[in-house]
Structures are given as C-alpha cells and as structure tokens.
Design a protein around this ligand. Structure first.
Ligand SMILES: C[S@@+](CC[C@H](N)C(=O)[O-])C[C@H]1O[C@@H](n2cnc3c(N)ncnc32)[C@H](O)[C@@H]1O
Length: 228
C-alpha cells in the first residue's frame, strides 16, 4: 500500500475518490490474495480473531440470533465462507464489483445456495431491508466511504438490524490524530478516535472493542468494534 499525506481528505472530490477505487478493484484478481492485497497468509489469523469476537455477541452466551448476516464489501466471499456461513443459516453479500460476486458462486461451492442475495452496489448507495440482519459485518471496506457517506450508511444499517442485532466493524487504524490516504486503492485509513467519532455521529453505541492479535508488525493496527 502506498500512502501519502498530500491529499486533502476533508475536501475529497467524491467522483474521483469513488471512481479511482472502482477502477482499482476492477483490475484485481478474484482470489483471497487479491482481496487482501497480497496478505492472504494472514487470513486464517484474521478469521480466528473474528470468530472469537463474533461469539461474544451471538447466542449463547450473547443475545444476537444466528439466522441471517450481511457481508459488506464482501469481495469473493472470504468472510462469508469461513466466518458467516459457519455461524448463520443465511448470508447476503453486498459488493461493488460484479466480477467478485460471480466468482463467489464458485468459491463458496456447495454453500453458495445459503447466500440468499448477491447484491452489486456501493455501500454509499445501499439500504438494507428493515430488520433483516442479525449481524452486519463490515471489514476492510469502510475506508472506501467518505465520512458523510459512512455516517449515512451506518444510520441505514441500524434500521436493517433485527432485535438484538449488531453491526461489527473491523478496520485498519492509524495512530491517534492522524489520517492516511492510500493512493493505490483510493481509501482513507482513519484513527480509532476518528472511527469512534463517526459511530457517535451515526447514533451508534460501542458494545465492545478489541485489537486483532498476532498480525504482522508491518501492517496497520486492526480493531474490531461491536456496535448497536
Ligand atoms: C480489501 S477488500 C476486502 C474484501 C472482504 N471484506 C475481505 O475482507 O475479504 C475490499 C472490498 O471492498 C469492495 N469495495 C470497494 N469499495 C466499495 C464500496 N464503495 N462499496 C462496497 N464495496 C466496495 C472491493 O471491491 C473489495 O471487494
């Protein structure tokens, strides 16, 4: 990832910001390595950390049902396959790039039929059906939304949650008080505090937060947040 600090993140040109990201992902191979920018070797550690975090919320001992989850910025379904389908009866996937959704049907193999909806859309334009989801999982995608669009997306997601449903966010974070911009894929890397400020503006409460353990030193700190 190339980051640079000369971009004025407060005044992004939305068309360029979203257009550049779309172009980037259009040229990425539909593989786990493509999804993780060459870091496919961290996928198992990631899924193990996510599974532990998810189990704090779902029944039992949590209160969240295990009927249906939504995978946001789902790519080819790396998370759907290894985290969500093993824990929920059904999953919907929402993803910007149709090529990734097409590949997902092969990648998920026999379990593809438990994905009820393959939705091709940017999250900035997506509205979940009311009360449809027990868990809305957002990982390594929210940097592709402007602050304003992210707040709007979170507000709409709250209506998409079932009773006791939770939104789970897992994202890269920068040091307090700093923001990076990745010019390679056109995404913002926010600090944990900036994320927390956005949750607050969207009317979300943090139920739990945790840093992902055992990731390589050279990558950003990754935090998980459970929100309602
Ligand atoms: C870093 S990959 C992560 C994929 C998946 N979340 C995972 O962890 O395996 C980012 C994904 O977000 C998708 N994406 C980028 N911008 C998006 C947007 N505005 N709305 C929805 N998906 C987007 C990309 O096409 C890509 O599949």
């Amino acid at each position: 990832m190339d980051s640079e600090d000369t971009i004025d993140i407060e005044n992004l040109d939305d068309n360029k910001f979203y257009g550049d990201a779309e172009k980037y992902w259009k040229n990425i191979s539909p593989t786990v390595d493509g999804m993780l920018g060459g870091f496919s070797h961290i996928s198992s550690t990631d899924i193990a950390g996510s599974t532990k975090f998810l189990h704090l919320f779902v029944k039992p001992p949590g209160k969240t049902n295990k009927v249906r989850a939504l995978d946001c910025g789902a790519g080819i379904g790396r998370i759907t396959k290894r985290l969500l389908l093993p824990n929920f009866s059904h999953v919907d996937m929402v993803e910007l790039n149709q090529d990734f959704l097409d590949e997902a049907r092969h990648y998920l193999a026999d379990n593809a039929s438990r994905v009820e909806r393959y939705i091709c859309s940017g999250l900035q334009n997506f509205t979940p059906d009311e009360r449809r989801y027990d868990v809305i999982w957002c990982q390594w995608v929210l940097g592709h939304l402007t602050d304003e669009d992210l707040i709007g997306f979170f507000r709409r997601c709250q209506h998409g949650l079932s009773e006791q449903g939770v939104i789970i966010v897992k994202e890269n974070t920068t040091a307090v008080g700093t923001t990076d911009f990745d010019t390679t894929d056109s995404s913002i890397i926010r600090s944990k505090n900036a994320m927390e400020e956005i949750f607050k503006k969207a009317g979300l409460r943090i139920l739990k937060e945790e840093k992902q353990k055992r990731f390589p030193k050279e990558i950003y700190d990754v935090y998980m947040f459970g929100l309602q």
